[in-house]
Design a protein around this ligand. Sequence first.
Ligand code: DON
Length: 570
Amino acid sequence: MQRITRGNPLVLLIALVIPLVLAGCAGGQLGVKSSKEYRNGMVVSANQLASQVGIAILKKGGNAVDAAVAVQFSLAVVYPNAGNIGGGGFMVYRSAKGETSTIDYREKAAAKASRNMYLDSAGLPIVEKSMYGSLAAGVPGSVAGMFEAHQKYGKLPWADLIAPAIALADQGFEVSERQANELNGLQKRFALLNPSGTAFMKASAWAAGDLLVQKELANTLTHIKEKGKAGFYEGAVANAIVAEMQRSGGIISLEDLKNYEAIWRKPVVGMYKGFKVITMPPPSSGGIALIQLLKAVEGYPLKKWGHNTDSTVQVMVEAERRVYADRAAHLGDPDFYKVPGIQLMDAAYIKNRMSSFTWDKATSSTAVSAGVVAPMEHEETTHFSIVDREGNAVSITTTLNGSYGAGVVVKGAGFLLNNEMDDFSVKPGAPNMYGLVGGEANAIAPNKRMLSSMTPAILEKDGDLFMVVGTPGGSTIITSVFQTILNVIDFDMNMQAAVTAKKFHHQWLPDEVQVETGALDSVAQRVLERKGYIIKPRGPIGRVDAILKTKWGFYQGGADPRGDDLAIGW
Ligand code: DON
């Protein structure tokens, strides 16, 4: 790929990143894991360098969208397991005046994709095929999404927002212990899928503090900085993607790239106890499912019962079981399938769904019990929340799907391809890597967007901003956002406590309550087990990054301690 000449990289780093980072740390403001409160704005993301870049943009006079663009590109460098330019995501926006919008920059199936492309001759799913290698990749949407957001709302020049990411890629950054461990665990897969090597591969083991330098990625980002959307979807970078497809058996073409469009969609909006919830419509299932869950539990005295008591957990689990069953049958890309969103969120419909549950025993999910659930793949997506000085808010969840996506780094262009095709239902009833099942609504078709669970959300109270929230976690995204909202509204937690609180999850199939260690006390667990609930202990659930606006007009951050996440306010 042609390399664009730039100035001395060291000078560039000093000129761009250091002032931004210093600005981010100045004025007595600290990164917070507690609920310190700030007046002028806040950035909460999965990586401290990305949070620093975002806050520096806000301090320079950029708005929340400017900061979001800079954070998305920076995460592609410093958080490559999920931050991306080779993946996609969703943005929910609310201006200080209350105008709302969403951008769908979800990946889509290539024009050459077909319904049975991941099945063998006996019609059975070849599991690895939708998970690893170029054939697992959908047409990336992130660059188009950011470009579109910036065109409509951006204040600072586009180039200024990409520059910090370029410097971080060019000069490198120190990996954390968590990142070093992840990279070490993936060496074999990288070697298998990338015979000519990648920046992530190393002869000796990665250790905390090692420098990860990504020259090819810096070069790709420079194309994007100089040519905008066309810098990725046309020219040298597009050619590199298609060459990679030819090398490693993928099907994305130059036309697929050129035709990719991010789409403005009307947000899904619902009310919960007087709070307005503004969130993502299909092709994410997250928004509709979140509203359904909130409505399903609204009539129950959760506060009186208390956080994670047996009654509270039982009613939430029964709501989750029913909502995920609806998800499997009714949700898919609205441009290909008529999603009955209004009916699904109708209060009478939801009440009726809940009427089949009884207190004495667990409802059974066995009506569709066929299919052995695939083991959980390590989950990676990332969410960030931003509020600027005027009070404009951005909630973005973005992903490559699995950790480090398809494992393929586009040769010469230095970025990872997503493995989002696995989010389609590759065969009716066959679980994907998150154990989710689906049918016709989410079947593969050329140019169709795969169903997502990502649930970036913004809440309002009395016409004013109240919360910005979202999380990674595959199928657990929806239930983690649900619990974080209840933790604040019903259980009176501050933002950090609501994020930190242990979580649980039910998704209809498999018929089990996944419980993060420590989420349930022994009494609640015993009562639920006696009623027939299968309690399945598991590791961390979610990695919520959220912002709460207090009634005094200050911002509280909630940065998830399950990761290296950081909230910075000013
Ligand atoms: O769009 C979705 O629902 C999935 N691709 C999200 C994957 C995910 O959250 C993995 N992360 N933790």
